[in-house]
Design a binder for this molecule. Structure first.
Ligand SMILES: [Zn+2]
Length: 284
């Protein structure tokens, strides 16, 4: 796993450059430039905000990826937001009403809000290695429950990506560490269930790509099988679970066509209540 993870390790400056989200409520990649500006005149404030400005002993932050850079970026970003709407933070602090729950990979190259160019407040996010959704993960299940019962999101997006280190590791023998092996066992189980299909593919790249898709489809099925999502459908909520894959090479999302919008799309063994409660399964 170490070598597989190293392949996706970002350059610090590149990681900082992707932090800037859209400004205001209207979309658009305006935060990027603001986030990258540098102003020596404001470094004193960064020192205060950082509790001394030493950045945890990680250098002085002058372009070397130290933590001072993050505070400086933050100040520029906040200023740009206020420039667009002087009331922006006051309004955002009193209201969270996202339409989307994003369940994605922790990979630093796949930041939810940035990819879909949405501002803070628009996407509720859960990320873990290889975007796994499983019925024993209280963290993920709690996020789903909060999203559908309190926030009342309309769409749950399970998003994988190509060249995923976690998925790639699941195609290799275990031995990456006890916790990582245990976590990736969920992806490995998907691999085992599709062994014949994967074996027929021409090379490892194709196998990773396909396992990424299958893992997303498994995630969609597992989200749809949760009690929280089925309860939402039972009370008539308009809620759809989608499976997408993001391509690092072109920055584009693809819909896998595995969406589930009602209890009939849930495997019978996991289905709550009567099938006629809601019959809007679609995709496939
Ligand atoms: Zn990944």
């Amino acid at each position: 796993m170490a070598s597989l993870l190293a392949a996706s390790r970002p350059v610090a400056a590149a990681a900082v450059a992707t932090v800037g989200p859209a400004v205001g409520g209207g979309g658009g990649p305006r935060g990027m430039a603001a986030g990258r500006r540098r102003g020596k005149g404001s470094r004193g404030a960064a020192a205060v905000a950082g509790g001394g400005g030493r950045g945890g002993g990680d250098g002085d932050g002058e372009g070397d990826g130290g933590l001072d850079d993050l505070f400086e970026n933050n100040r520029h970003w906040a200023a740009a937001m206020r420039d667009g709407d002087a009331d922006y933070f006051r309004k955002l602090s009193t209201l969270q009403r996202p339409k989307y729950l994003w369940i994605g990979c922790s990979d630093s190259r796949v930041p939810a809000n940035v990819i879909v160019d949405l501002p803070p407040g628009a996407v509720f996010v859960h990320r873990n290695i290889a975007n796994v959704v499983t019925h024993t993960d209280l963290n993920c299940l709690s996020v789903i429950e909060f999203a559908v019962t309190i926030l009342r999101v309309r769409h749950i997006l399970v998003v994988g990506h190509d060249a995923c280190s976690g998925v790639t590791a699941a195609l290799h023998p275990p031995g990456h560490g006890a916790l990582l092996d245990a976590w990736l066992r969920h992806v490995r189980d998907v691999r085992v269930r599709a062994a014949a299909e994967l074996a027929a593919l021409p090379d490892d790249t194709a196998r990773v790509d396909r396992l990424v898709e299958l893992n997303v489809a498994a995630g969609v099925a597992n989200v749809a099988a949760t009690g929280a999502v089925q309860a939402a459908w039972a009370r008539g909520d308009d809620l759809t679970v989608h499976g997408w894959v993001y391509k690092l090479g072109d920055g584009l999302l693809r819909d896998l066509g595995v969406s589930v919008a009602g209890v009939k799309g849930v495997g019978e063994a996991y289905r709550m209540g009567q099938p006629e409660d809601d019959g809007r399964a679609k995709g496939g």
